[in-house]
Design a protein around this ligand. Structure first.
Ligand code: AMP
Length: 190
């Protein structure tokens, strides 16, 4: 089994690339952001709770996020692994994920960082906001806050896996297929 964390700041292209990798390597693509947006669309209690955080660019509390993730992972069948997109976003989530995957006897194979500069991601997110319908993609102050949250809370997840010798960096600049090619070779090596 290949269980990969696709890691990177908001707007680094995780969603697009995770989808491609999922298809190529027969992985289940789990995006916690997409799961929350689904709950919001269907106006569920979880969606209402998540929205209040997402609208500010803050992280949804761990207990809610980890439980939702756990249930999804446990239902995975007929795949050769999982690609995690947007999870884990802090050290507590990384520890919970390791414990879960350990219990399932299917540990994390590695984390791949999509490396993109801050100027580039703000540009990309604003552009995506023109068509994605995401409120958190349209307001520059919310975008800046998401980047700040990434820097302070999420970036340490890289060192957490790096210390285990499980983290690699891939250049996230270039055309979509070019980046997909780089990621595919990184996945093959994990
Ligand atoms: P994303 O689609 O990954 O950019 O996530 C959009 C928003 O959903 C984030 O800004 C958070 O508010 C929330 N979110 C997604 N994944 C997580 C997570 N693992 N932990 C906490 N909040 C999350």
């Amino acid at each position: 089994m290949k269980n990969i964390i696709l890691f990177g700041p908001p707007g680094s292209g995780k969603g697009t690339q995770a989808e491609k990798l999922a298809e190529r390597f027969n992985l289940l693509h789990i995006s916690t952001g997409d799961m929350f947006r689904y709950e919001i669309k269907h106006d569920t209690p979880l969606g209402k709770k998540a929205k209040s955080y997402m609208d500010k660019g803050e992280l949804v509390p761990d207990e809610v996020t980890i439980e939702m993730l756990r249930e999804r992972v446990k239902k995975a069948t007929g795949v050769d692994g999982i690609i995690f997109d947007g999870f884990p976003r802090n050290k507590a989530q990384a520890e919970a994920l390791d414990e879960l995957m350990h219990d399932l006897e299917s540990p994390i194979s590695g984390l791949i960082l999509l490396d993109v500069s801050e100027d580039e991601i703000v540009k990309r997110i604003l552009k995506r906001g023109e068509s994605s319908g995401r409120a958190d993609d349209r307001d520059e102050s919310i975008i800046r806050n998401r980047i700040e949250v990434f820097r302070k809370q999420t970036a340490p997840v890289f060192s957490y896996y790096d210390k285990k010798g499980l983290a690699v960096k891939v250049n996230g600049l270039g055309g979509i297929d070019e980046i997909a090619g780089r990621l595919a070779s990184a996945v093959e090596k994990l």
